[in-house]
Write a protein that binds this ligand. Structure first.
Ligand SMILES: Cc1ncc(COP(=O)(O)O)c(C=O)c1O
Length: 329
């Protein structure tokens, strides 16, 4: 819903620039909105564009470059192809497999030069800004038009705490706001109905406030830094095991490894099978939870550390569980 809120604001702002009042007229007959992103985007986008009536045929993606993000030349080409059309450029702060951050400082000005709205999916990655060690990854992100981040990922707040941020408050308010005589509205106090699609919801902000207030700024930074360190240790130590291969070294708290088949003349399909079977074996051990993923056509084990309780013992236990799983096969 955080993404829906931001993209509803984007839809309003872009179509207003095209002299189309979407809140009154809807999308019938409106200039079609285009969305440009890299092809490793998260699946929320499909569902959001369905809900907002933008439609999946209007999402155009480019393959990621070697660094795992949208290339500036591909972005430029996309913007030129759709020149003059209302366009949203979607960038990521923390890709789910690799944790990659797009180079915001480079890409956002290009998007803005072409009149696009820039939206940032920072579901977990935006929290990296809390750490002086990792905040450089977010350089330039403040130039975007909207951002989302989840509390229920890196901040360890219970589901469902997604936060939407929009630079110009007029757009979300035009898309969301409502007034009713049976409600009390205040001219000064922030009115929730101006900001979210729901009329009423529980006090999610309280859990968020507590989760930031209790550890404080330093505590949130430590949470970010320790989980990044653990992810790095897990990936480097696991990929040093026999028949393990490093696929993506964590830049933050996400990385990828895969496991190679010991069969003679083994193929990628054999490596995929072995990877899934090592993961299943580790899960059976109950020692750690890793999920499988397909990245650039290869089955991989996804290493993601975000729990505040994870400690050295857990990490050693997880590495031992992988080693044991490998020795069994
Ligand atoms: C990068 C990214 N974006 C969006 C989402 C969707 O977030 P939510 O689970 O809060 O709907 C996720 C969830 O895994 C994610 O990792």
């Amino acid at each position: 819903m955080a993404h829906v809120t931001c993209l509803a604001a984007a839809r309003n702002a872009l179509l207003t620039k095209h002299s189309w009042d979407v809140e009154r007229k809807g999308l019938n007959g409106a200039p079609p909105i285009r969305i440009l992103s890299n092809n490793q985007r998260h699946g929320w986008i499909e569902r959001t564009v369905r809900l907002l009536g933008i439609g999946n045929d209007n999402v155009f993606d480019s393959p990621v470059n070697k660094q795992g993000h949208l290339d500036s030349e591909d972005l430029l080409r996309g913007l030129q192809e759709h020149a003059g059309k209302p366009t949203i450029v979607l960038l990521q702060a923390g890709e789910i497999n690799t944790g990659v951050f797009e180079p915001f400082e480079e890409l956002i000005p290009i998007a803005h030069e072409h009149g696009a709205w820039v939206h940032i999916d920072g579901a977990f990655g935006l929290w990296a800004a809390a750490s002086s060690k990792y905040k450089h990854l977010l350089k330039g992100v403040d130039q975007a038009d909207s951002w989302i981040v989840d509390g229920h990922k890196w901040l360890n707040v219970p589901y469902d705490c997604g936060y939407a941020f929009v630079k110009d408050s007029r757009a979300p308010q035009a898309a969301m706001s409502h007034r009713a005589s049976y409600l009390t509205h205040d001219a000064v106090a922030r009115d929730q109905i101006d900001w979210t699609p729901e009329w009423s919801h529980r006090g999610r902000g309280i859990a968020t406030y507590a989760a930031i207030r209790q550890p404080g700024k330093q505590g949130v930074a430590e949470l970010i830094e320790s989980t990044c360190q653990y992810a790095h240790r897990l990936v480097t130590r696991i990929s040093a095991l026999p028949y393990a291969e490093l696929i993506w070294e964590p830049q933050i708290n996400q990385g990828l490894v895969r496991f190679l088949s010991a069969k003679l003349n083994s193929t990628d399909a054999d490596h995929d099978l072995r990877t899934d079977s090592v993961i299943a074996n580790v899960l059976e051990s109950g020692e750690a939870f890793f999920s499988g993923t397909t990245w650039q056509g290869k089955r991989c084990m996804r290493v993601s550390v975000c729990n505040w309780k994870t400690n050295d013992l857990d990490v050693e236990g997880a590495i031992n569980a992988v080693q044991l799983a490998l020795s069994k096969q």
